[in-house]
Design a protein around this ligand. Structure first.
Ligand code: SF4
Length: 604
């Protein structure tokens, strides 16, 4: 494998330099999420204010980028989150990861703060700094088009913020890949970028690489092609309906969060309004790939032609957006969900955190904890799509009460008496769409996820638990989760898509060995996954987090599910945490990785 290079760009001084990343670090942390976790830990002192110039933005590629690996249109961004105050990594689709490697880098770390709005143009070894005052205030699509025009760099990828990041909405995203609106979405990376006065970056390069073992890589590709054929039902459903392909099943088993997680079952007639496979009128859409080298595209492009939301053009919406603006807000109009998603994408804010902030406010309103004076005239109610759009516009403008709403659910609940039990976040990050009172592995995933309420950073056990019926088993649940978590961590570090997990994860040792030339046995892949998980955990421990912080909203611990197949369920969290801590090698009392574990994994 060629030398892995780190490009360090200082916005304050307008300088840049490169470093070679030691081979041992690349072998141990692979790339992507693993390398980002290592670099963040080494470069960010404990207690750093996420919105200070000291915070860093680290874009990483992995060994799978720029080598035509199937399912590899991915990149990772790592920083300290302004929303949660802890570790944050975020995966985006698109060609940007490939372009980072084409430019010659495995990682790009941006430090400091520009005096005035800037954008960066990275073309192979050269980095140029450009004024971006004329772009400030522009939406993410317009900005990307203008950046490509101005730099005349047609091969480039762009990554930009919209008004959300400029106005420091704490859950602002970074958008890439033009009108495919792919995003480094969760936890507020766009807010960090905005705090640095960085409107965007343009990146391209001309470098090509050879895999360490071309023949082995060809064999791996043939195995993937065969696996897609063998899993033709799954592949066809994904191509046709995208990530919302199993919403009816999720609803049937009580896993679809509804009306701010009051239940996991939505009324069937309402589900029909947005679920792709139940409503031929809204689906299928034009099937597209999220970036280069996907052999089984699951994305969709949609243009609304008529009705109150005519003119909206959006990617997806994907399952998580259909949950956040659909079932969880009681909205059964597909076009309204798409319109809300489009507003988020154009303005650069995370759909999940935005939707859950509004669903939280809606429950507060329905319970009489806030009123029309508080909402500045908006009549909130589950199912009221017009009110949702009004709230969204207030958040984006960050004016009046909307300023406060841009700070997310945790901060809001601290100001509304009696609301904390249904503020649906973990560690400050609003939760992804898996009702887990009866899916203990998934509940555990949320509780120990290093970035908070993300639904799949430590695996996605909910679906396998539903399939194998182990959802309410406690004993052994830590090991059950660990296997899935390691697969996810390696996928995010390599970097490849997690959707074909069933047939892709078991081939990681072959893929990594073929790409890098380092001999990765299955045991070494597992060890690398454990190392990365420990490194992430160590960052949060250094910030003062421990066992007490691995928790869930009180609703999931104390309020039994009111209906559905698992009526009456709550999460027995402390027992589950013991299972997880034993499996991951963390101290049962403190939740910290033990010194013995860190020594075995060579983490320091
Ligand atoms: S399966 Fe979907 S998300 Fe994964 S690489 Fe392909 S288009 Fe992208």
């Amino acid at each position: 494998m060629e030398d892995a290079k780190l490009l360090i760009i200082n916005l304050t001084a307008r300088t840049y330099r490169t470093e070679i990343i030691p081979e041992k670090i690349v072998r141990h942390y692979i790339g992507g999420r693993g390398l980002g976790a290592y670099l963040l830990y080494k470069n960010l002192p404990a207690g750093t204010d996420p919105l200070s110039s000291e915070n860093v933005l680290i874009f990483t590629a992995g060994p799978a980028q720029n080598l035509s690996v199937p399912f590899s249109p991915k990149a990772v961004l790592t920083t300290k989150s302004p929303l949660t105050g802890i570790y944050l990594y975020s995966v985006s689709s698109g060609a940007i990861g490939h372009n980072i490697r084409k430019a010659g880098y495995m990682a790009i770390m941006i430090i400091g703060k520009a005096e005035e709005p800037l954008y960066l143009h990275i073309a192979d070894e050269k980095v140029t700094f450009h004024k971006a005052n004329h772009l400030w205030g522009k939406d993410t699509l317009t900005t990307q088009k203008l950046l490509l025009d101005e730099t005349k760099d047609k091969r480039a990828s762009t990554a930009v913020i919209g008004p959300g990041g400029e106005k420091l909405i704490l859950y602002a995203s970074i958008i890439t890949e033009g009108d495919k609106f792919r995003a480094f979405a969760r936890g507020g990376p766009g807010c960090v970028m905005g705090s640095k006065n960085l409107k965007g970056l343009v990146i391209s390069g001309t470098k090509t690489y050879q895999p360490a073992d071309p023949e082995a890589l060809s064999m791996f590709k043939r195995k993937i092609a065969a696996a897609i054929r063998e899993n033709s039902v799954w592949a066809e459903l994904r191509r046709r309906y995208g990530t919302g392909d199993d919403m009816p099943f999720m609803n049937k088993v009580g896993m679809l969060p509804t009306r701010n997680w009051q239940t996991g079952v939505w009324e069937e007639d309402k589900l029909k309004g947005i679920a792709p496979m139940l409503n031929a009128g809204i689906w299928p859409r034009k099937n597209i790939a999220c970036g280069p080298y996907c052999p089984n595209p699951c994305s969709h492009y949609l243009e609304i032609k008529s009705g109150p939301y005519a003119g909206v053009a959006v990617d997806g919406p994907e399952y998580e957006t259909m949950y956040a603006f659909g079932s969880n807000l009681g909205i059964d109009k597909f076009d309204a969900v798409a319109a809300a998603a489009s507003l988020c994408d154009l303005n650069g804010i995370d759909t999940i955190s935005t939707g859950l902030t509004i669903s939280f406010l809606t429950e507060c309103y329905e319970k009489g904890l806030i009123d029309r004076n508080y909402t500045e005239g908006i009549e909130l109610a589950f199912g009221n799509d017009e009110a949702v759009i009004q709230c969204l516009k207030k958040i984006i403008a960050r004016e009046g009460i909307g300023h406060h709403w841009g700070e997310g659910t945790r901060r809001l609940s601290a100001t509304i008496n009696g609301s904390s039990s249904f503020a649906m976040h973990c560690k400050g990050l609003e939760m992804g769409g898996y009702e887990c009172r009866a899916f203990y592995g998934q509940a555990l995933q949320f509780a120990i996820n290093p970035k908070g309420g993300d639904h799949h950073g430590m695996g996605l056990p909910a679906r396998s638990e539903a399939a194998d019926g182990s959802n309410k088993v406690i004993k052994g649940k830590g090991e059950y989760l660990k296997e899935d978590a390691i697969g996810r961590v390696i996928a995010d570090s390599a970097i490849v898509c997690v959707f074909p997990r069933k047939f892709l994860f078991p081939l990681f040792h072959e893929m990594l060995t073929a790409l890098t030339g380092f001999l990765y046995s299955p045991e070494e892949v597992t060890k690398a996954g454990m190392r990365i998980i420990a490194q992430e955990r160590l960052f949060n421990v250094r910030e003062g987090l421990g066992r007490k912080d691995d928790t869930l909203p009180p609703r999931l611990l104390k309020e039994p599910l009111p209906d559905g197949p698992y009526k009456g369920s709550i999460v027995p969290l402390e027992e589950l945490k013991d299972e997880a801590y034993r499996a991951f090698g963390w101290d049962l009392e403190t939740g910290e990785p033990t010194p013995q574990l860190l020594s075995e994994l060579e983490v320091n």
